[in-house]
Every structure is written in structure tokens, then in C-alpha cells.
Design a protein around this ligand. Structure first.
Ligand code: NAD
Length: 477
């Protein structure tokens, strides 16, 4: 059953004050599954007022008690996994098993931050004058704004909300209007665990109107956004007007380097499986595959066979391995990437077109002989397209891997520890997976360099971005 769609303002679940709504569509069937209320400007102002009051109350509660409440919310969410997974799949499309996995990772993330909040340590600094004591204390930064996208409707808001709440901040969250039910279900877990009114508020609307109003109010002290680079730059400019502390996670174009000494079967098994997860709509999705000459054909053959074997369908069907794309925009974008690759001389080995005419299904696609100037080698495809290209030497492939302005994730497969050490130092990305695609865990920092953004989510660093570091110099003790 799909989640009831409501706003959460000052501890109350309700409709928007103007009655304005938008349709939420199931990408597998194109049916309208819910009417999402929009918050009016007055509703947004109420959320700001509530978050300011909530902040005063929440920061005064001890980190241990805040942690206990977060752990209760994690328990509630875990108990509701089946319902929330159904909501997630109905509005976003990914297979139920992937949806459940995302929810369980979210539960773990809340639990991890519940503990980490207890470790927001300050520091005693040896004083240069015996008459003074010098120390640094951490304090929660204030009202935080969490803007999250539609591809991971629960793990992206969780990384923002759990860290902010653990640090003692209050939150105004705007999950994506395309996948709102999951964010609402997440917020219900916190409220049902006993979170005081106003500490967490959830609003929806026209994204630019909502973010302009909230950021422009001057009452937000922290912004965390996950989404595209152009929107990130736009929000960074708005936030700069008020010197708001920001975390931006803006997508990538992850290169995959497969060296001739790699275990090809293992590489394909890991990286092809990862490529088609969430139909490729993943910011850290492996995107450009550079394979060393002597193993190129073997790698490509196994990759193509894997893509052909995938069962694509409605995520609610247990047999489905890859669901639809999340919206019609992605479908159109895939066709443009494929046509452009063809025009540049690439060979479409399998896939390359929409499946059927109802639901946003696209064939798992593999292309070879893809030249470096094809659009797919330069712009983020955010879909189930895998371009494979050849390389000859280490230096050449590192240069090609680093040539784009993106810098989120990269992957490499090699049997040599020397090559592994060299490449992890040379790749200009925030995360590197060597013979592994396991680069996102609650306890490890997640974030990019270059135009992929700044600031980390998860880990100690993901808590620290919600804290001020206050220096106190105290005399006469
Ligand atoms: P988009 O740039 O319009 O939107 C991306 C997200 O930002 C959406 O959730 C949207 O609601 C939100 N958004 C847009 N304008 C906003 C604003 N002014 N204020 C606040 N939020 C705003 O693009 P899209 O069509 O939804 O997705 C296309 C591209 O976005 C993808 O190709 C991909 O590159 C990128 N993307 C990245 C991630 C990620 O995890 N980093 C997630 C989703 C989309």
C-alpha cells in the first residue's frame, strides 16, 4: 500500500494551506498513485518558525538521549520495512529487494549516527599562559535544510537527517516531489519515536520556489543538497548570500579501469551487477569502462552476456532484476545518448531502446568502440548504458580517467598491489574502489571533489559538518 502524502509542520501532519497538489506517478505503470500537497509560502514560514523553536529544545537534550530517540526511530523503520519498500518501489521503480536493501542501510545509518552523536568531542588546548584555560567546544550549527533527490528516496534524506539530528540541529527536509512517500514514511518513524514538535519538518512544492524562499529567509544555517551539478551551483550561489554552510553531493562520471592482470570474471560479476543497480540512476554508478587491450574482448563479451541475462520489469514483481527508469526525462535522455554514440561510430552490442510503450523501461545497454568525444563519455548518463573503451598504458588511462570536471567515485580492477597503490593515489575522485564496489557505508566518508561537490556525508566527517567549533579562552580558574 502506498504512503499517505502529507506535509509535516511543527509536529502536525497536514495538507498545504492553499490546497495545491501535484500528481505522483508510478514509473512502471504511468498511473497516478497519489496527490502530493504543496506548501505555501505561509506554510514554509511556519516550518521555519517551528524549526527555530525545535532547535532550541533539541540542542538542550543530551547527546545520549538524542541517540536513544534515534535508535527508537531506527527500530520503528526496521519494523516497517515491508510497507516502506512497497512505497519506494511504487513511486521510484527499483525492485523490491533493492528497496528493502536501501531501507536497511538507512536503519544502519540512523543507528550509526545515534552513537556518533555521543562523540562530538571538543578539545582542550595547552594554554600558552598558565592563567588561562583554552578549549574548543562543538555546538550544533542550527536549522538545517535537507534537499534530496528521487534516485535514493530514503538513504539520501537519512544521511542528512540522521547526522543533523544526532548533532543537535533541527531540520527542514524537502525530499523529491517525484518520490515523496518514502521521505514521509521516514519522517513518521522519527515522529512516532517521540521527536519533539518542530525538530523535523517536511515540505514539498516547486523546488526552486521552496529553496529560494527557505535559503533566502536568512534563517537556515546549514544546507545539504544531493542532485545535479547545475542545480548545486545555483543553490551554492543562493546560500553564499547568507554564508550558509553547505554540503553538495552532485553526481559523477565514474571511470572503471580494468587492468590485464585483473580477475576478469570477478570484475564483470561485481561491476556489471553494480552498473544496472537502480537502472544505472546512481551518482556513483560505474560510467566509463576502460579495459586494457589484451582482455578487452573477454571483458566485453562477459559484460554483454550479463546485460542480456537481466530480467527487466515492474519492481513489484519478485523476479525483476532491473526496474523502469524513474521518470520520462531519463527515457528521453537515454535515446539521445545512444543516438549520439552511434553517430560517433560506437557499436551498440545489446539494448539501445525503450521496452514497450507503457512504463519507463529501457533495455540494459552495452556499447563498444566508444570514442572519447561521444557524449556518454563526457556527460552523466544516469541510466542503464555501459560504454566500453580500450586502453594501453597506466599513464594513458589515468589521464583519461581524470580528464573530466567530475570527481565523485572511481573503480579499478587489478591483481597487482603496486598498481592498486599507484592508481588510488592518482585518481582524482572522492572515493576509489579497488577490486571492490563497496564504497558506501555509514562509517565511511561519502563525497566528491572537483565539480562533484564538497563536504562529506556519513562518517565522523558527516557529523562534523553540522557542528560549529567554538573556541573558549577562560581566565582566572
Ligand atoms: P534536476 O537537476 O532538475 O533535479 C535533481 C534534483 O534536484 C531533483 O530531486 C529536484 O527536485 C531537485 N531540484 C531541482 N531544482 C531545484 C532547486 N532549485 N532547489 C532545490 N532542489 C531542486 O534533474 P533531474 O532531471 O531530476 O535529474 C537529472 C540529473 O540530475 C541526472 O542526470 C543526474 O545527473 C542528476 N542527479 C544526481 C543525483 C545524485 O545522486 N547526485 C540524483 C538525482 C539526479
Amino acid at each position: 500500500m502506498y504512503e499517505k502524502l502529507e506535509l509535516l509542520i511543527d509536529g502536525t501532519w497536514r495538507q498545504g494551506s492553499t490546497g495545491e497538489t501535484e500528481d505522483v506517478v508510478n514509473p512502471a505503470t504511468e498511473e497516478v498513485i497519489g496527490k502530493l500537497p504543496h506548501a505555501s509560502i505561509d506554510d514554509l514560514d511556519q516550518a521555519l518558525g517551528a524549526a527555530e523553536r525545535g532547535f532550541k529544545e533539541w540542542r538542550a537534550i543530551s547527546a545520549w538521549d538524542r541517540g536513544d530517540l534515534l535508535k527508537r526511530a531506527a527500530d520503528i523503520l526496521r519494523e516497517r520495512t515491508d510497507h516502506v519498500a512497497e512505497t519506494l518501489t511504487l513511486e521510484q521503480g527499483k525492485p523490491l529487494a533493492e528497496a528493502k536493501g536501501e531501507i536497511l542501510r538507512s536503519v544502519e545509518t540512523i543507528e550509526w549516527f545515534a552513537e556518533e552523536g555521543k562523540r562530538a568531542y571538543g578539545r582542550v588546548i595547552p594554554s600558552r599562559d598558565a592563567r588561562f584555560n583554552s578549549f574548543m567546544v562543538t555546538e550544533p550549527i542550527g536549522v538545517s535544510l535537507a534537499l534530496s533527490p528521487w534516485n535514493f528516496p530514503i538513504i539520501t534524506p537519512v544521511r542528512k537527517m540522521a547526522a543533523a539530528l544526532a548533532a543537535g540541529c533541527s531540520v527542514i527536509a524537502k525530499p523529491s516531489e517525484e518520490t515523496p512517500g518514502t521521505g514521509i514514511a521516514l519522517a513518521r518513524a522519527f515522529i512516532d519515536a517521540g521527536l519533539p514538535a518542530g525538530v523535523l519538518n517536511v515540505v514539498f512544492g516547486v523546488p526552486d520556489t521552496v529553496s529560494r524562499h527557505l535559503i533566502g529567509s536568512g534563517r537556515i544555517r546549514k544546507l545539504s543538497f544531493t542532485g545535479s551539478i547545475p542545480v548545486g551551483k545555483h543553490l551554492a550561489a543562493l546560500a553564499a548570500q547568507h554564508m550558509i554552510r553547505c554540503t553538495f553531493e552532485l553526481g559523477g562520471h565514474s571511470p572503471v579501469l580494468v587492468f590485464e592482470d585483473a580477475d576478469v570474471d570477478l570484475a564483470v560479476k561485481q561491476i556489471a551487477g553494480f552498473k544496472y543497480r537502480n537502472a544505472g540512476q546512481v551518482c556513483i554508478s560505474p560510467t566509463r569502462f576502460y579495459v586494457q587491450d589484451s582482455i578487452h574482448d573477454k571483458f566485453a563479451e562477459a559484460f554483454i552476456a550479463y546485460a542480456k541475462s537481466l530480467k527487466v520489469g515492474d519492481g513489484m514483481d519478485k523476479a525483476t532484476q532491473m526496474g523502469p527508469l524513474a521518470n520520462r526525462r531519463r527515457l528521453e535522455a537515454m535515446d539521445e545518448f545512444v543516438q549520439d554514440a552511434r553517430d560517433h561510430g560506437a557499436k551498440i552490442e545489446t539494448g539501445g531502446k525503450r521496452m514497450g510503450n507503457k512504463g519507463y523501461f529501457y533495455e540494459p545497454t552495452v556499447m563498444t568502440d566508444v570514442p572519447e568525444d561521444a557524449r556518454i563519455m563526457n556527460d552523466e548518463p544516469f541510466g542503464p548504458l555501459a560504454p566500453i573503451a580500450r586502453f594501453s598504458t597506466f599513464d594513458e588511462v589515468i589521464e583519461r580517467a581524470n580528464r573530466l570536471p567530475y570527481g565523485l567515485a572511481s573503480y579499478a580492477f587489478t591483481g597487482s598491489t603496486k598498481t592498486a597503490a599507484k592508481l588510488s593515489g592518482a585518481l582524482e575522485t572522492g572515493m576509489v574502489g579497488v577490486n571492490s564496489v563497496n564504497i558506501t557505508m555509514p562509517e565511511t566518508p561519502f563525497g566528491g571533489v572537483k565539480e562533484s561537490g564538497y563536504g562529506s556525508e556519513c562518517a565522523t566527517e558527516g557529523l562534523d559538518v553540522y557542528l560549529n567549533h567554538k573556541f573558549v579562552s577562560q581566565a582566572g580558574m
